[in-house]
Ligand binder design. Structure first.
Ligand code: G3I
Length: 388
């Protein structure tokens, strides 16, 4: 019953939103008047959402807002090659088939990561040469399967240290390793291969797309890339790879942001820095938690406080304003923002609830699938918001 109610409510609100955003203000014309994010942003970039097995029906009321999807788990190594040489695309193809049937682009997430990694890949006794060959085999097998059904890939995910220190930046030892690469379904690529695993992953993906004739883009994806010291580490890594002729097309800023722990200026500085390298930028996992990352929260909220909802909306508004501004060439040779993907569809399905064991409300739609103030903040540039 709850799902049916949610769907009905969601459809009513989406329709209401469409009428108010487009109804009497004339909007900018075209189909953007239907109030759907994908159409309001059709002149800027695709707007995506992360989905996973079992949620496509739950979000049938909201998924029309998006023209791109990522998979939260189903395209990762643990799901696609759980044992050596035995590829399995059942879970991923369920979502990719649905995406194609519903006119959605697909972001491939992700090829090489220290997490969601089957234990066989870096098992005891694996040499660097064997590990790099396993990367080549995995990358080729996955790209051969999906072809151009995924228009871009996070080739390597989270290879940088969680938050590098200045001494690590100075020594060049700013990659994820040791305790930061440990855990269930995890492996320490850097300990065995140094940063060659990153380079080999991108070389393998570039070789594969050439051999298979695929017009797809290759991204480096990580979180915290708006933080100055991590931005410097990322720039150093990318400059080294580009100087060696390694093909990298873009930077995926995951954009998991936190109330009270965020600088809009540094966010824009990062967008400028990565696009000045000639790379495109995407926000690949955007959500804005209502607690500061520092986790020193005075209280656990029973519901989203109005004051925080307003600040969250202002953050979303500022971020999307910057994304729109950098979605067109802003400097000779610079890259642009080519997509924004939310890491989830609505507040009843956020990874944050399990990440910190407390309810969070980080997305654009609430638990009843209604547009939040954050939704208004990123659409009012287009015309009158829902409120009027
Ligand atoms: O383990 C089962 C597996 O056996 C089963 O086949 C599969 C069926 O879907 O489910 C698996 O369960 C869990 C899976 O999510 C279900 O979606 C995994 O145990 C669990 O580890 C996995 O968590 C995902 C996590 O990445 C690790 O892959 C989260 O949903 C996903 O939101 C999270 O996303 C990451 C990005 O990839 C990288 N950036 C950070 C972001 C948040 O942590």
């Amino acid at each position: 019953m709850k799902r049916i109610f949610k769907t009905a409510v969601g459809i009513v609100f989406t329709a209401a939103c469409a009428m108010s955003v487009c109804g009497c203000n004339g909007g900018n014309g075209g189909d953007a008047d239907d109030g759907l994010l994908k159409n309001i942003y059709k002149d800027y970039f695709p707007v995506g959402a992360a989905v996973k097995t079992g949620v496509l029906d739950l979000y049938e009321d909201l998924l029309p807002h998006f023209n791109s999807v990522s998979t939260e788990y189903e395209m990762k190594w643990a799901a696609t090659q759980p044992s050596e040489g035995a590829f399995n695309f059942d879970l991923s193809d369920n979502i990719v088939d649905w995406a194609e049937q519903n006119g959605k682009m697909v972001r491939g997430h992700c090829l090489v990561w220290y997490k969601a990694l089957p234990s066989w890949v870096l098992r005891e006794g694996t040499t660097k040469e064997v590990a790099l060959q396993r990367i080549r085999d995995h990358v080729y097998g996955v790209l051969e399967h999906f072809g151009e059904r995924a228009y871009c890939w996070d080739v390597v995910n989270e290879a940088l240290a969680d938050l590098p220190k200045q001494y690590q930046l100075d020594s060049g030892e700013f990659y994820r390793t040791g305790a930061e690469a440990a855990g269930v379904e995890c492996g320490d690529w850097y300990a065995l291969c140094g940063n060659d695993f990153i380079k080999e992953a991108f070389r393998a993906a570039d070789d594969a797309r050439k051999e298979l004739g695929l017009d797809i883009q290759l991204y480096y994806n990580d979180y915290g890339l708006n933080i100055p010291v991590k931005r410097e580490a990322c720039l150093k890594m990318l400059e080294e790879m580009l100087s060696e002729g390694i093909a990298v097309d873009g930077v995926g800023m995951q954009a998991h942001y936190y109330y009270g722990d965020f600088s809009m200026k540094e966010f824009e500085n990062s967008v400028k820095a990565y696009t000045e390298l000639g790379l495109d930028v995407q926000l690949t996992e955007l959500d804005i938690a209502v607690y500061p990352y520092s986790n020193s929260v005075p209280e656990i909220y029973a519901e989203l406080p109005e004051t925080i909802a307003q600040i969250q909306a202002a953050m979303y508004g500022g971020i999307f304003d910057i994304c729109r501004r950098y979605s067109a060439p802003w400097k000779e040779g610079a890259g642009t923002i080519t997509g924004v993907t939310m890491w989830g569809v609505a507040d009843d399905g956020t990874h944050l609830d399990s990440a910190f064991g407390r309810k969070d409300w980080p997305l654009l739609f609430d638990e009843e699938h209604r547009p939040k103030l954050a939704f208004d903040a990123i659409t009012e540039f287009y015309g009158k918001s829902r409120k009027q």
